[in-house]
Design a protein around this ligand. Structure first.
Ligand code: BGC
Length: 763
């Protein structure tokens, strides 16, 4: 006999049982209902490794957890620009979830890096919604390929830790649609995550956990989300409003508080039983999916996953600078001085709910000795303490200088101490600790051949390092195998292929949200609108430390045979992004003498977009591996949605006809080829009324004809000459038509604007 599904139990549940399902049991489980045989399932963080608490968990759900593979954090994985690799990491996390009895992994986190000060940027993929959407989708697909669910988080506009449980992100519709919601939309539409986790914050005054526009209208009705919405832990403010808005599962348990309120609201008619049942059905569907996906007795392949973690760490490393080809370190070096405490005390993950108890930890110092120790003397001095002010800095510096002085090369492992960035608070600045910078300057004075290797989750400014570092390697928080992974790049066993998914600014003051962050009086205004990351630096033409998309290799690549073609609009909606509009291709050749991978980036500029307009926006990318001398052709296909802007007038995406420039290149500021094409589209539609300005009437195809006729037939005589003089049109253009009519008295008649509007409506 087949086991009855959870869903088949719906009609047997009492009101109290139904409402009890909408709140967790403890920190990590859904509620079981033994009477009808409903089992509970376990969920667990996420996002770059599992954090399964062995028993009920501690009182805040943060304490120790079972060993699991700690993969590179999202800021590292984002820099890999590698869909396949990120998918493999997702699958490995999914498999560990199966092994540890977890039904839903609480990740990935795909919020955009609005400001580098966000303490949780290490958990997020990029400042760009295409990178976050594509790689976030790869993680979801990987996790879900193993029969467990993902939880796409934190939906939405959760871009800072300051006041994260109460802050209201004040953000306009265009910015939400074109930027902050876009990555979520892509992942939801392309991968159907089992769950979406709503964020703590409010958006325009409404808590995300109880926002019907966000959770129902946009997520379910527009994007077609079929899964369950779970709250972030403790995000529910009003349980009844939350269910009414489309939230299904409040986590963790509210100890009966939420269910009692919901039951009372159904009993007194404030909440319809239909809405309650819809939420309960989604919980039951999740239980059925979990039961269907469950694989018993699965092993956790600890060694294989560690190897994958090492590969992922190496692929995420970004070689920022490499003067005099100081890297890779050759085996014929006689001596290498390793300085910096991070070489032996690796910082490989961030703090907070994503903290994994790793199965093992690789140290860069050990890995370097293993790789080169047979031929090269590798000496070490820590030089500073990490979050430790009890050390004797003078003695540590002296020791480091004596080690560095006579070495062939110095490799300095610097980074952010854990106290500088974490979930729960934001960063104060973008600098490395002063004692590390001081050490670096002194070391470079005795030996200029310095390679700096960085360990940090969010970006640090590199300006203070540049005078002293001949090579600069961004190693991020590379997970438990990060030490070995970065050494694979240092010694050339792996050719670096990571690219910056986040711009490195020169100064904090240059960053897009500097004036608006972190807000005050409960509100943070997204005044920079869509101009975050490279969109901002390019718009204001600001010099940066290293641009978005940048990353060097030990080989070189040339671009040739760039082609672009345009297709006419069709009504093909088989793909969520609509019909094909532009096709581009470019041939890339490895012109060096070692194999390597290039991230070919495709950017688009809409030349006719209103000011201020983005200089260029990433639309797609491809990572290709080429042997020396090998050529490969990369194809990009841009569809309606890649060309469209969000129209607040029509509440839809519109492709405006006009000129677009397509560019391909190795970074946002290293474009290798570009071409401008003209595309057809829909003329912008906007509503006119009596308060619309004269310029708006003239910009509207039908409005222009009506206004011209109206002026010609004006009661006081023909006024159409007003439109013949550009200076007059410029000057009067900003006047709302009804006020112009009043000002002109009998010449136009005060009902003029209203009459034009009625004629327009009737046409
Ligand atoms: C975090 C989530 C996490 C949850 C459970 C929250 O504080 O914001 O990302 O999944 O806790 O640990």
């Amino acid at each position: 006999m087949t086991k009855p599904t959870a869903m088949s139990r719906l009609s047997e549940l009492t009101l109290e049982e139904k409402t009890s399902l909408l709140s967790g049991s403890g920190f990590w489980h859904t509620k079981a209902i033994d009477r009808v045989g409903l089992a509970s399932i376990m969920v667990s963080d996420g996002p770059h490794g599992l954090r399964v608490q062995p028993s009920a968990g501690d009182h805040v759900g943060i304490g120790g957890s079972l060993p699991a593979t700690c993969f590179p954090t999202a800021s590292a994985l984002g820099s890999s620009f590698d869909r396949d690799l990120v998918g493999e990491v997702g699958a490995a996390i999914g498999r560990e979830a199966q092994a540890q009895g977890v039904a839903v992994v609480l990740g990935p986190g795909i919020n955009l890096k609005r400001t580098p000060l966000c303490g949780r940027n290490f958990e997020y993929l990029s400042e760009d919604p295409v990178v976050a959407g594509i790689l976030g989708g790869a993680l979801v697909e990987g996790i879900q390929s193993q029969g467990v669910g993902a939880s796409l988080k934190h939906f939405a506009a959760n871009n800072q830790e300051t006041e994260r449980l109460r802050i209201s992100a004040v953000v306009d519709d265009v910015t939400l649609r074109e930027l902050y919601l876009l990555a979520f939309e892509r992942v939801v539409r392309t991968t159907q995550p089992w769950t979406v986790m709503c964020s703590y914050n409010k958006i325009n005054g409404v808590y995300a956990s109880q926002d019907p526009w966000l959770l129902t209208e946009v997520l379910r009705e527009t994007w077609g989300f079929e899964g369950l919405v779970v709250s972030d832990w403790g995000a529910v403010d009003d349980p009844v409003a939350a269910v009414a808005a489309g939230l299904d599962l409040e986590m963790p348990s509210s100890h009966g508080f939420g269910p009692r309120k919901i039951a009372a609201a159904v009993a007194d008619g404030a909440l319809s039983e239909q809405i309650l049942d819809a939420a309960v059905e989604r919980v039951l569907t999740l239980l059925d999916k979990a039961a269907g996906g469950r694989v018993a007795d699965i092993e956790m392949p600890v060694d294989a996953h560690h190897t994958l973690a090492r590969r992922a760490a190496a692929a995420s490393v970004v070689l920022l600078r490499n003067d005099h080809e100081l890297l890779p370190l050759r085996p014929d070096l006689e001596s290498i001085a390793v300085i910096g405490a991070f070489a032996a005390q690796p910082r490989f993950q961030g703090a907070g709910s994503s903290k994994v108890n790793p199965t093992r930890i690789d140290m860069a110092l050990d890995a370097l000795r293993a790789a080169l120790g047979a031929t090269t003397t590798v000496s070490y001095a820590p030089g500073f303490g990490i979050d430790d002010d009890t050390v004797d800095l003078t003695a540590l510096q002296e020791e480091a200088l004596s080690v560095a002085r006579d070495a062939d090369v110095v490799v300095a492992f610097l980074g952010l101490p854990p106290s500088f960035e974490s979930e729960g608070f934001d960063r104060q600045h973008l600098d490395l600790p002063g004692e590390q910078l001081e050490l670096l300057a002194k070391v470079a004075a005795v030996n200029p051949r310095v390679v700096v290797v960085l360990a940090n989750g969010g970006v640090v400014t590199t300006a203070a390092l540049e005078p002293y570092a001949q090579a600069l390697v961004e190693g991020w928080l590379g997970g438990q195998a990060g030490g070995a992974g970065v050494v694979d790049v240092l010694v050339g066993a792996v050719n670096p292929s990571g690219r910056l998914a986040e711009t490195i600014p020169l100064r904090l003051e240059d960053t897009p949200a500097f004036v608006n962050f972190p807000g005050a009086n409960g509100e943070v205004h997204y005044g920079e609108r869509t101009f975050i990351g490279y969109r901002h630096y390019d718009l204001v033409d600001r010099e940066v430390g290293y641009p978005f998309g940048h990353g060097l290799s030990y080989t070189t690549f040339s671009y040739a045979d760039f082609t672009v073609s345009v297709e006419a609009p069709t009504a093909d909606h088989a793909e969520w992004r609509g019909a094909v509009r532009i096709r581009a291709s470019v041939s890339v050749t490895n012109t060096g003498d070692v194999a390597g991978a290039e991230v070919v980036q495709c950017y688009l500029s809409e030349l006719g977009a209103p000011h201020p307009r983005a200089v260029r926006v990433l639309k797609d990318f491809a990572k290709i591996t080429l042997a020396p001398g090998e050529t490969s052709t990369v194809h990009f296909t841009l569809r309606d949605r890649d060309l469209a802007r969000w129209s607040t007038t029509t509440g839809s995406w519109i492709v405006t006809p006009g000129a677009f420039t397509v560019a391909v290149g190795a970074s946002s500021r290293d474009l290798r080829a570009e071409a401008t094409v003209t595309v057809e589209g829909e003329a912008p539609v906007f509503a006119l009324d009596a308060t619309s300005t004269m310029a708006e009437w003239l910009a509207h195809p039908a409005g222009r004809i009506l206004l011209t006729e109206g002026l010609r037939n004006a009661p006081g005589g023909n006024l159409s000459f007003l439109l013949d003089d550009p200076d007059t049109v410029m000057m009067l253009g900003s006047f709302p038509l009804h006020r112009l009519a009043v000002m002109m008295g009998d010449a136009l008649g005060e009902g003029f604007a209203e009459e034009l509007r009625s004629t327009l409506d009737a046409s």
